[in-house]
Design a protein around this ligand. Structure first.
Ligand code: ATP
Length: 250
């Protein structure tokens, strides 16, 4: 499998504090990785530094074989807009815009395809995530789960090869978490690589690989089979992951 992201000897220092040290890992095309670890271990910092939202103080990040950690802000924003998708704990949709307008906006900004095509994509994404009925609603008038689904549609509007997610289910109840994870697993099954930061073992158990951070270093990782939606297997992979996490004091 081709490598989409190659992180080499990455380090991050904030003023006097070394937060990440000597991080090395590769992500294959279409792979799904979960990053776990204690609070403060550096998970979000790692996500930001491998996705061009922040810059590492040492090391390299190759995206599709291209070094991105030293690009200027303009070039990096363009790559983020056109080739990467982002989801956060809160969807950060723009106020005073409808759900649909929020979703199409990065598509229009990118300018890679026609507005008609972007509108069609938005419809398809909203149908798939079950939010077409609220497409024209103001973002203040929909539920948290609907907002998060809209955030996912927005992240996918430019058909990225990779989706970065920082605690995407952190503000959702367990049934909405399951719905959102089903959507993310489907997107992944269609070939989009996913890197997710989460505290939730049930969420991480949906990944192919769980990377455990400790004190800003990769401690080790657990490989799981590709998730296939089988409920019995899901239960056993959750148990396996929980035992593994417990051994690491999580
Ligand atoms: N902008 C910043 N300036 C200074 N220190 C920072 C900054 N961002 C993060 N840190 C520090 O880096 C360390 C790792 O933070 P980070 O948010 O990456 O951890 P985390 O594992 O994602 O934690 P949590 O699970 O609580 O979200 C923490 O000690 C934090 O205080």
């Amino acid at each position: 499998m081709k490598t989409i992201l190659n992180v080499k000897n990455l380090g991050k220092r904030f003023e006097g504090t070394q937060v990440l040290t000597d991080i090395n890992f590769k992500v294959a095309e279409g792979e799904f990785i979960a990053i776990m670890g204690q609070s403060g271990s550096g998970k979000s910092t790692l996500l930001y530094n491998i996705s061009g939202m922040d810059r590492p103080t040492s090391g390299n990040v190759l995206f599709g074989g291209k070094e991105i950690s030293k690009l200027d802000d303009k070039k990096m924003s363009e790559i983020r807009l056109k080739e990467m998708g982002f989801i956060f704990q809160h969807s950060h949709l723009l106020k005073n815009l409808s759900i649909r307008d929020n979703i199409v906006l990065p598509g229009f900004k990118s300018g890679s395809v026609s507005r008609d095509k972007i509108n069609q994509r938005a419809d398809t994404l909203m149908i798939r995530t079950g939010i077409l009925s609220v497409a024209d609603h103001d973002i203040k008038k929909v539920s948290g789960g609907q907002l998060q689904r809209a955030g996912i549609c927005r992240a996918l509007i430019n058909q990225p090869n990779i989706l970065f997610a920082d605690e995407p289910t952190g503000a959702l109840n367990s049934s909405t978490t399951k719905d959102v994870m089903n959507i993310i697993n489907k997107v992944n099954a269609e070939g989009t690589a996913v890197i997710i930061v989460t505290h939730d073992a049930k969420v991480a158990a949906r990944a192919d690989r769980v990377v455990f951070l400790m004190d800003g270093k990769i401690h080790d990782e657990l490989r799981l089979e590709k998730y296939d939606g089988d409920e019995e297997k899901e239960f056993s992979r959750e148990k396996r992951l929980s035992g593994w996490l417990e051994e690491r004091g999580f």
